[in-house]
Design a protein around this ligand. Structure first.
Ligand SMILES: [Ca+2]
Ligand SMILES: [Ca+2]
Ligand SMILES: [Ca+2]
Ligand SMILES: [Ca+2]
Length: 391
């Protein structure tokens, strides 16, 4: 009876008690004792305080005995608990991103297309202090300046085969044009390539190449675009994941050269990560970046690069059709990774910054693009960052 009594007494103070509807008709136990009945450990339970130490007072917290349940948590699907105290059990955020437009220039809509559609403020308190996006910007690789508008877009499909991993849309960033070949502003990623005059300084440690391939000639990020998000992490999240699909026109002629473009996702977190990763969480298990030299580059026509590297291309070229990363006369030009999933650690409740960015390395030609989608929080810690094929 302890549980039933608890919910009867607090029903007017905490609107989102799990099980409140089911239990509220139960008879009141006249022998109720505030100190011993409410706290399962038998300690003092104080309705004026934050009894579980999760940063949310009893009045704001729908389960003040469980630090994993509060208005700052994300609602974990399938556990039959209203983890985020919004009164609905197991309700995932519906990003309702179907109405977003290809040519959007609102960075918050790019977060929404990714699957991040809870927005909050840095000075929020009490129940209003939820997890969510605090700030969103579309900038160059140095975190300032404005990319050309055609370098970013929101798409529901690319070519004949590539569709979202979550919701109705995904984000596209490009060192060329983030437009389908049917669009008036599209420029072929190779011959001629999309070329701007933008040359900026990338994050510390970049650009770099895969071990065994030539280092970049210069240390600049050319024609860069950077979706920069500042996010308050849910109080119950220890990791997050996102999906991406990297395309490059460098295959196969320029594979393993000093020109290789890389997609990076630079994470700023309080969790210690392997410093050799250069802050990048879109890495394989060895810390290698995702580029034309990655073992994940499997959507292509088989060949051997000038470096001697063999590309078995087990996923074939079907996914390239209609994407613009395609040459009827020479199917061995262009390739992609297909959808991959990266996972990285965070500390519960902290504020992180993640910068999804891509640029041309070595010059401004031979463009690369990346599709990004399906942001998800995880209550389980990860040993990553690491990248794998999603299930
Ligand atoms: Ca609390
Ligand atoms: Ca909920
Ligand atoms: Ca839940
Ligand atoms: Ca370019």
């Amino acid at each position: 009876m302890r549980r039933s009594v608890f919910f009867v007494l607090v029903s007017g103070m905490a609107a989102c008690s799990p099980g409140a509807t089911k239990d509220s008709a139960a008879p009141v136990d006249s022998g109720f004792n505030l100190d011993t009945d409410l706290n399962p450990e038998g300690g003092i339970f104080d309705p004026t305080k934050d009894n579980d130490g999760d940063g949310y007072l009893f009045a704001d917290d729908c389960d003040d005995r469980n630090p994993e349940v509060n208005p700052g948590a994300f609602d974990l699907p399938g556990d039959a608990i209203d983890n985020d105290c919004n009164g609905k059990v197991d309700d995932a955020d519906d990003c309702q991103d179907a109405s977003l437009k290809l040519e959007s220039w609102n960075p918050y809509e790019f977060a929404q297309a990714l699957g991040l559609c809870r927005f909050t403020k840095g000075d929020a308190t009490g129940k209003a202090k939820t997890w969510g996006v605090l700030d969103a910007k579309l900038v160059r690789a140095d975190g300032i300046g404005a990319p050309e508008r055609v370098q970013y877009g929101i798409m529901s499909k690319l070519g004949g085969w590539v569709t979202p991993r979550e919701g109705a849309n995904f984000v596209v960033l490009s060192s060329g044009t983030a437009r389908p070949p049917s669009h008036a502003d599209w420029v072929a990623p190779r011959d001629p390539s999309f070329i701007t005059s933008s040359v900026v300084v990338p994050p510390a440690g970049w650009p770099r190449n895969t071990a065994g391939c030539p280092a970049p000639f210069d240390k600049t990020a050319n024609d860069s675009v950077n979706l920069r998000l500042t996010i308050r992490v849910p109080t119950n999240a220890k990791a997050f994941s996102f999906d991406f699909d990297f395309y490059s026109s460098e295959y196969i002629t320029y594979a393993c050269s000093a020109y290789n473009d890389t997609f990076v996702a630079i994470l700023q977190t309080s969790v210690a990560m392997n410093p050799s990763f250069g802050g990048n969480v879109a890495v394989d298990g060895l810390g290698n970046p995702i580029n034309v030299n990655s073992g994940f580059f499997e959507v292509c026509s088989p060949g051997t690069a000038a470096s001697g590297t063999k590309y078995p291309c087990p996923k074939g070229i079907t996914e390239l059709q209609g994407t613009g990363f395609w040459n009827d006369a020479s199917p061995q030009d262009h390739g992609a990774t297909s959808w991959l999933q990266s996972k990285a650690p965070v500390a519960p409740g902290e504020t992180i910054t993640i910068q999804f960015m891509i640029w041309d390395t070595g010059d401004h030609a031979l463009d690369s693009s990346v599709l990004i989608d399906n942001w998800k929080w995880d209550v389980k810690p990860t040993t990553g960052p690491d990248t794998a094929r999603p299930r």
